[in-house]
Design a protein around this ligand. Sequence first.
Ligand SMILES: Cc1ncc(COP(=O)(O)O)c(C=O)c1O
Length: 271
Amino acid sequence: MAGGQPISMKNLKEVRAYTSKFGIRIIHDMTRVAENAFFIQQREKGYNKKSLREIVKEICSYTDGATMSAKKDALVNIGGFMATNEWSVFEEARNLVVIYEGLHTYGGLAGRDMEAMAIGIEESLSDSHISARIGQVEYLGNKMIEFGIPIVKPIGGHGIFVDAKAFLPHLTQDQFPAQTLAAEVYLDSGVRTMERGVVSAGRKADGKNYYPKLELVRFTIPRRVYTQAHMDVIAESIYSVYLKRNKIKGVKMIYEPKYLRFFQARFEQLK
Ligand SMILES: Cc1ncc(COP(=O)(O)O)c(C=O)c1O
């Protein structure tokens, strides 16, 4: 659920009402819950006086469990957790964690990492932190818009998505427009981005590629790492690639791993 995109409380309530009818659990991917809560506070009627904590608590009240990759909104270097409201599920998970991670008291994490996570969760729900965080992403998005770069709107909470099909309209999807654009930005400035297009979509059971409608490049901004001056460098880099976009030829895949190819595939520039 949510998958990093802003949800509305209204939508979540509807999903809860629907799933309850059929006895279906809602397991919340709360990796980006602080950002989502912020958008609810800013955009949804009736929430502008509620604190982020209250909003997160309300989201959780409509769900049966949650998972979190704490490297994102919980502000830590490593770690995550799962949570459940059901005792039987908890007992099963507590037993499984011994096999895969370590004793349930630390779940494969060092005590100091768990402590950092607890502090990170607190800090991530402070209005000043989250508005500065999302403000930085917005700053980058607005710079790109000023330069005429086609991006997905409205600007989101954790990164900017550049529309590679609009950026490189002369490339076919078999020439991997989003992968090409990610490589060009890296060559220009060393800025690392992420393909979200045909490479990420992978193959169907019959071995043929999925051809998703969107070819996007995700400029994901780590928290508390960069200054606004870094945002300027990123915007200037994508702009310099934009100026020579007509000469960009695309790439071909020269190595494809069996699983989740977008992490490890290798490409060569077309001549
Ligand atoms: C919403 C969401 N959930 C889960 C993950 C995966 O996190 P990890 O790489 O720690 O498994 C991501 C990564 O970007 C994410 O955005």
